[in-house]
Design a binder for this molecule. Sequence first.
Ligand code: HEM
Ligand code: HEM
Length: 174
Amino acid sequence: MRDNTERYGQVSRFLHWGMALLILWQFLSAIAHTLIKDTPLESFLWGTHKPMGLLLLVLVVIRALWALSNLANRPAAINKLAKLGHLGIYLLLLIIPSLALLRQYGSGKPFEPFGVPLFAGFEGEEINWMTAPANLLHSWLGWLLLLTIIGHIAFVIHHRRRADKTDVLPRMWG
Ligand code: HEM
Ligand code: HEM
């Protein structure tokens, strides 16, 4: 179940691969929203963006707590860049949906992810200081996260192919 210094355990692996699939879905919805607006596929995918984003926020909090509780007992990062990259992914996965939720609340519109009435909404003007940060940063940080993830995958492949590098894939897969 738990991690050890050689490999990630079942819980970390389940969170890593489960979230990877959900994040892929999240970016499909974002890409559709940018490239094929007002098509049936886009309305279907975009309809899942907010609840899926909230689910990812809940999962990343659980994942971060699990990572912290295993900190002394998981495979050591192979270099400083890997350590920084993993930390960056955690931070972006916390900040991106948090800013969006703050904007959602500040917009005064009701929000019922998965049918759960989270924000009731309110009458009157939107609250500027709550909506401005996400208006400015949400999508840019989202695309930055996508780039970081592409870099992450490229590094794993690079380290697997080169004989003089440590193959890290078995730590997380197989
Ligand atoms: C990890 C979670 C999330 C990621 C990676 C993510 C990513 C993105 C990306 C890349 C875009 C740009 C799409 C475009 O330009 O058309 C976007 C837009 C948007 N997202 Fe998210 N999102 C997440 C969570 C959320 C949540 C939780 C909400 C709302 C509660 C939300 C609401 C929106 C809205 C309203 C837009 C369109 C306006 C804008 O570009 O800021 N997102 N998201
Ligand atoms: C949305 C996609 C992904 C995200 C957000 C992500 C994120 C992360 C993070 C944060 C870690 C650090 C360990 C942890 O706390 O879980 C990690 C480790 C790892 N990931 Fe990913 N990952 C993604 C996709 C992938 C893919 C597609 C591969 C395979 C090519 C992969 C292979 C690995 C490996 C091998 C490790 C262990 C690296 C090491 O210990 O040095 N990841 N990933």
